[in-house]
Design a protein around this ligand. Structure first.
Ligand code: HEC
Ligand code: HEC
Length: 467
């Protein structure tokens, strides 16, 4: 371990690792794993979706990745098909809103790409020595962070920087992103996750091809099945963050109905190490996205007060995002969704609650989950992947089937899939008054169960579920 630490200062000065420095051994409880130290995380080159892309046309199907397909071109297993597809995809995507799709391959010069790669290495390490590097106050001063940040009303720039540094530092501690945890997490990740989620967490591992829902791309800093909802008004980047426990639940239980398998054999510590490494990849990806988008932005949509490109400009963007992102992870961790106890002790209570839930569902959910999710109603999620509002008559849920899981899902919505939250419905229910979110949950549970479905329709003949 000491060897690992002694490497970090080398990375921290922003240089590459000396070539030919061999291999590093990382010790886990199981036999040590040896990896080449020279390997680096590649700089992103795939297309980047910025913001909501609207609704895809009917000839797309759920899980489809138009951005990746558009890129395949000659490299596609079926170049002729790809050639037909590219103009269609291109016509659909960027035109209505300039800057909706960015291309790091053509948007960055060689120097910009090299700078960004080296800076990301210095803050996030390399696969053999992953890190989340914090700045000292002096380093922040040298980087002229005070001048570089957007002004915050009513606060001196110096205080803003001091607060951001302190917040990120405490977040790093609370999330357990120390060097040895990350090194162990990296080894486990390469063993169990790499083949689907890819080296940088882009969701582009060898096995990712043709999965109905693609493996999650962590680089947007967004997750779907979470149980936190930061206080209002949420800060940019806070929504869609997961609690570490959410990541551990996903890894332990898998995501039902998708290719994400359960890893029930892993110990508590292994789950913790893996979740830490996912956060590391995610924070690195967010900083990378930000710096690439800003550097391309200098060229395609310059603002009046924009500087010209410099390595310092790139570093400021990376550091700003790193600090903000860690703060956001911490804020999400501190905002678990409060789930009140289920107050329907008898079967009759539960069915009556489900009937009330049906009415709420018909009002707010059925627009997307048309025919309870059996009718096609495609959407883009924030990665630019095509998603279909879930078919809720099947009773299969990615984020867990327990009442508490469904409650959290309805309360918080699914931010990256544009499913809205229902937080307002949960505000201080009066004593003895039914909780509308639990009503919806009881309806969902009845909807997924053929026997309950029958009982529900008998109880209220206006409810029609069977096609
Ligand atoms: C066989 C392929 C496969 C493997 C192996 C795999 N995953 Fe996944 N993973 C997926 C897919 C597919 C999804 C997305 C499912 C969806 O969106 O419905 C996913 C989603 C996730 C998510 C996102 C959950 C959310 O709330 O958005 C996390 C975190 C995750 N995986 C972590 C891991 C980790 C850690 C490992 C290794 C221990 C791993 N996965 C191994 C396929 C895989
Ligand atoms: C703007 C469209 C939209 C609205 C409105 C909407 N949903 Fe969804 N919902 C989706 C999409 C899209 C998904 C699939 C998410 C994915 O896998 O990316 C989904 C998934 C779900 C899931 C599956 C969660 C899991 O763990 O697999 C449930 C349950 C659900 N919605 C319930 C509801 C309820 C209840 C309401 C009303 C309070 C609602 N939805 C309103 C779009 C919507």
């Amino acid at each position: 371990m000491r060897f690992l630490r002694s490497l970090l200062p080398l990375l921290a000065v922003g240089g590459l690792l000396p070539s030919g420095c061999g291999r590093v051994e990382i010790s886990l409880d199981s036999p040590p794993v040896v990896i080449a130290t020279a390997a680096r995380y590649p700089v992103r080159s795939d297309l980047m979706a910025v913001g909501d892309l609207g609704a895809p046309p009917k000839w797309f199907s759920p899980g489809y990745l138009p951005l990746r397909t558009a890129r395949l071109g000659d490299r596609s297993p079926d170049p002729e098909f790809a050639a037909q597809l590219v103009p269609k995809v291109a016509r659909l995507l960027p035109e209505p809103r300039p800057g909706a799709i960015l291309d790091p391959e053509t948007g960055l010069t060689g120097t910009e790409r090299d700078d960004i790669g080296q800076l990301l290495d210095s803050y996030f390490g390399i696969p053999a020595v992953p890190a989340v590097k914090m700045l000292t106050a002096d380093e922040a001063k040298m980087l002229k962070l005070e001048e570089a940040l957007a002004p915050v009303k009513g606060k001196a720039p110096k205080d803003v920087v001091t607060e951001m540094l302190a917040e990120a530092d405490s977040a790093k501690g609370a999330l357990g992103l120390d060097d040895s945890t990350l090194a162990r997490g990296g080894v486990l990740y390469r063993r169990w996750c790499l083949q689907c989620h890819g080296q940088t967490g882009a969701g582009d591992g060898a096995q990712s091809v043709r999965m109905a829902a693609p493996p999650r791309d962590y680089r947007r800093g967004l997750f779907k099945f979470v149980s936190c909802f930061p206080t209002s008004p949420p800060r940019t980047g806070e929504l869609g963050k997961a609690r570490k426990d959410d990541l551990k639940r996903t890894i332990r239980n898998g995501l039902d109905g998708s290719m994400m398998p359960p890893f029930a054999q892993l110990s508590e510590r292994e789950l913790d190490d893996l979740a830490g490494y996912v956060i590391h990849l995610s924070a690195r990806g967010e900083a990378e996205f930000e710096v690439i988008a800003r550097v391309i932005g200098l060229k395609v949509s310059p603002r009046d007060d924009d500087p010209t490109y410099s390595r310092e400009f790139a570093e400021q963007r990376i550091v700003e995002k790193l600090l903000l992102t860690l703060g956001n992870w911490k804020r999400a961790a501190d905002a678990p969704i409060p789930v009140p106890p289920d107050n329907c002790p008898t079967e009759t209570d539960r069915l009556e609650s489900a009937v009330r839930g049906y009415k709420a569902f018909a009002g707010t959910c059925a627009g997307c989950h048309q025919d309870y999710g059996r009718a096609e109603q495609l959407k883009f999620d924030l990665w630019g992947t095509v998603v279909q509002p879930r078919n809720l008559t099947l009773g299969v849920y990615r984020g867990g089937r327990r009442g508490e899981d469904l409650y959290a899902r309805v309360y918080g919505g699914i931010y990256p899939s544009t499913m809205p939250d229902s937080k307002a419905k949960a505000v201080a229910p009066a004593p003895g008054k039914p909780d509308e979110i639990w009503d919806v949950v009881h309806f969902l549970q009845a909807l997924g169960d053929p026997r309950d479905r029958k009982l529900l329709q008998q109880l209220d003949p206006s409810i029609k579920i069977e096609p």
